[in-house]
Design a protein. Structure first.
Length: 426
């Protein structure tokens, strides 16, 4: 099975590359001579970023041959095909080398920073590649102007970023998507694709309905950003590729809002490229930022679990006091473990009522918001009535939430010692 793994992987790569190349060559722009999006660049970059340098030659040779072959079948002149193929491979190699060096050199980099680095590398190398393409085509006396480098550059960049969730995001820590949201993610993906077809497929007079079209474009943009939170990496990459093909192909065939009359001299193609580029960059950054938040919370929960495990004779009950509403929100099932009915510990007044008069004087200013902690928590031992009329030794630590302005919150933890809990339960 292992012996056939690499040949099968190469065959899958070749078929995928050829299929994407055939589709993308249908979006060629007669002005810049490049496709409006080049998805095979993303496929090749993904493979290069996730394999060792020693394996690069076979992938590069395969990609180059397939690029030229697909161009030949689409009646692209051989000199143009060679320029685009060789330049594309050189830029992708440079891109992958920088990325692998950046990842290996900084093991502690977070997802958002790493994704920002990746996007910057892609944009920078794509811009250089676009300029080289224009320069070489002008040397061969093709009617190319310098401004055409934007189409070639964005074509490569959008292709790379569309494939990023499938390859590069997998190298970073991934966001755990709840399996219960499976049907919702499919519904969201379907809605986005249906909306994109509804916006870009019609051939009508868009000049008469500019506000409605602009709203639809913003809605599609927002829904795609939203999908970054709920869809796993493979589906997210599929969604990006599908959006890229729908928008690029319809625009090339003079359909959709970017084919309106106020887009002249091929500027509609560039506008569609920039729209896709904005979607992909924003989506990848949002995905990476949310993943960092998820991982930070997961790490915090693990550290808390380790702290609890190191003190087996103590039970920790986390709670939050809404000072404005005078409510206590328990994070842990304290009512089950301390044998309290939930409604007997629902307010600060009820908790204060189970303290000694001396402790009540100490904690009242904290519970009503008079006293506020700084960066250091307030910590105090106290006597608290548990399930009977006997006072037990416990401990409470409090820390104010200074980031919330709508309501004042006090975060707290109640520590009950095992011997007291056992006695209270009898």
């Amino acid at each position: 099975m292992i012996k056939w793994a690499f040949p099968l992987k190469w065959l899958l790569f070749s078929l995928s590359y050829l299929s994407l190349a055939f589709i993308c060559l249908e979006t060629r722009d007669n002005g810049s001579l490049s496709s409006s999006i080049w998805l095979p660049a993303g496929l090749t970059l993904g493979v290069l970023c996730t394999t060792s340098v020693s394996r690069w030659p076979i992938w590069l040779v395969s990609a180059g041959i397939l690029h030229v072959f697909a161009s030949y079948l689409h009646d692209r002149p051989m000199d143009i095909a060679l320029i685009f193929a060789i330049n594309d491979l050189m830029i992708l190699c440079f891109n992958a080398m920088i990325w692998q060096s950046a990842i290996k050199g900084s093991a502690s980099v977070n997802n958002l920073t790493a994704m920002t680095i990746f996007i910057s590398i892609v944009l920078g190398t794509s811009a250089v590649g676009g300029m080289i393409n224009v320069y070489l085509l002008r040397l061969l006396s093709y009617p190319i102007v310098f401004s055409h480098f934007t189409s070639s550059s964005i074509s490569n960049a959008t292709g790379c970023l569309a494939m990023a969730p499938l390859f590069v995001v997998n190298q970073l820590s991934q966001l755990s998507v709840n399996k219960r949201t499976h049907s919702r993610s499919l519904l969201l993906m379907s809605s986005i694709l249906i909306l994109s077809v509804a916006i870009f497929l019609p051939e009508s007079d868009f000049d008469q309905s500019v506000p409605a079209i602009e709203f639809s474009l913003y809605l599609l943009f927002g829904m795609t950003l939203l999908s970054s939170l709920f869809i796993n990496e493979k589906r997210l990459s599929f969604l990006y590729v599908a959006l890229a093909l729908i928008i690029s192909i319809t625009t090339i065939y003079h359909r959709g809002p970017f084919s309106a009359d106020y887009y002249d001299n091929g500027s509609g193609v560039t506008a569609s490229q920039l729209y896709l580029l904005a979607i992909f960059i924003s989506g990848l950054l949002v995905r990476s930022g949310i993943t960092d938040i998820y991982l930070a919370k997961k790490h915090s929960d693990q550290q808390l679990l380790l702290a609890y495990s190191a003190t087996p004779t103590q039970f920790h009950y986390q709670f939050k006091i809404n000072v404005s509403l005078q409510k206590i929100i328990w994070s842990d099932p304290a009512s089950q473990l301390i044998k309290f009915p939930a409604n007997l510990l629902a307010t600060p007044a009820q908790l204060l009522g189970r303290m000694t008069p001396e402790d009540r004087i100490i904690f009242s200013p904290w519970f009503d918001g008079t006293n506020k902690t700084t960066a250091t928590p307030f910590s105090q031992s106290l006597s608290l009535v548990l399930t009977d009329s006997t006072f037990s030794d416990t401990h409470i630590a409090l820390l104010c939430d200074h980031d919330n302005t709508a309501n004042i919150y006090v975060n707290g933890v109640l520590i009950v010692y095992q011997n007291n809990l056992s006695q209270a339960g009898r």
